[in-house]
Design a protein around this ligand. Structure first.
Ligand code: SF4
Length: 350
């Protein structure tokens, strides 16, 4: 009996142990798998491009927000720009051509906003600047931006403005190699911010890049040399580029980076102050000196040639010293939005 008992009990115990071991291993594995899956899902949700791009909103919601950003940018000047334009109008002497020109600009601004129509027939190069968190799907966002540009063009917020450089053929929807121009910047924040600049062709044409030293202008490789070449660019732009304008300037960098940075300076508010004291001083000096040149609005003479000047510096090679200047006309169209969790416009940035 004892043996039977033993012989029965032992295998049973063994089997029970085995089952228990198996079961517990299985269930532990199951639980572990479940937990791992859950964590993976969480991580994917947190870090996946889709989650970062769309949050809980849909692609359609995002496109709606982007189209609205384009509409507002095209039809309404930001408050800081409107303010300096009105100040410039107040400065001009009464019954002069300069005052007349500024009054037309003012009327244009009011009419475009009222009718929600483009401020200028040239809706310009479409430049997007996207500031996004880690794990953001740039490929998908690019597609959504392109869709929104097509929709905005069909709605008339953008002119059919992008042509093939070799054949001159117009795509009709503002899409093609390099257009729209999209610049992505990853940042530490969870926010997704989208800034948009519409930069007209006339003002783009009077942008300039100088390599210092510049013997003809007596401009050396120092801030005084920088001042001289910027003023030379202002002088050369007179009567072109639809002034009064705003300058974005980059000291240094290579040729390509310099131009990109000079344009990004135009994303700054007109009324901000440069954190670098020397550059802050130079910005003020350039505006004050330019406004004494008598070039005035549209080159008609007058007191306002520049509404602002924004300067930054990038490192350069010892062998190079470039000064890159981007000129923005009075139709200084830039806006920005912060996207909410449902891809709605949570906040306007200007
Ligand atoms: S330079 Fe500016 S204001 Fe002049 S036509 Fe072009 S977009 Fe319009």
């Amino acid at each position: 009996m004892a043996m039977k008992k033993k012989s029965i009990k032992k295998p049973a115990k063994k089997a029970a142990k085995k089952v228990a071991k198996k079961t517990s291993a299985k269930s532990v594995k199951k639980v572990a798998n479940k937990a791992a899956k859950k964590t993976a899902k969480k991580v994917v949700k947190k870090a996946s491009p889709k989650a970062a791009v769309t949050n809980s909103g849909s692609d359609k919601d995002l496109e709606t927000s982007l189209v609205e950003l384009i509409r507002v940018t095209s039809a309404e000047l930001p408050d800081d720009v409107q303010k300096v334009i009105l100040e410039a109008l107040a400065r001009e002497e009464k019954n002069t051509t300069a005052e007349y020109a500024m009054n037309i600009i003012k009327a244009n601004i009011e009419l475009a906003k009222k009718k929600s129509q483009p401020l200028c027939q040239d809706t310009g190069t479409v430049l997007f600047y996207v500031y996004h968190p880690v794990g953001f799907n740039q490929t998908k966002f690019t597609k959504l931006i392109e869709n929104s540009v097509v929709t905005a063009t069909k709605k008339g917020y953008l002119r059919q403005n992008s042509v093939d450089s070799l054949t001159g053929e117009n795509s009709g929807v503002n899409l093609g190699p390099g257009h729209p121009s999209i610049h992505f910047h990853q940042h530490a924040s969870n926010k997704i911010e989208v800034k948009l600049m519409l930069k007209g062709g006339g003002c783009e044409n009077v942008g300039a890049q100088y390599s210092l030293p510049h013997t003809a202008l007596g401009a050396g490789r120092d801030l005084d040399g920088v001042r001289k070449v910027i003023l030379d660019a202002v002088h050369k732009a007179q009567g072109k580029g639809c002034g009064p304008g705003v300058l974005g300037v980059c000291i240094g960098g290579d040729r390509g980076a310099g131009y990109i940075e000079s344009k990004e300076q135009l994303l700054r508010r007109v009324d901000d102050t440069n954190s670098h004291s020397d550059l802050a001083g130079l910005e003020i000096e350039i505006v004050e000196t330019s406004n004494k040149l008598g070039i005035g609005p549209m080159g008609f003479g007058g007191k306002t040639t520049l509404l602002g000047c924004k300067i930054s510096a990038l490192n350069r090679l010892p062998a190079s010293f470039f000064v890159s200047i981007s000129y923005m006309c009075w139709a200084y169209r830039r806006q920005g939005i912060e996207l909410g969790s449902k891809n709605e416009i949570k906040k306007w940035l200007y």
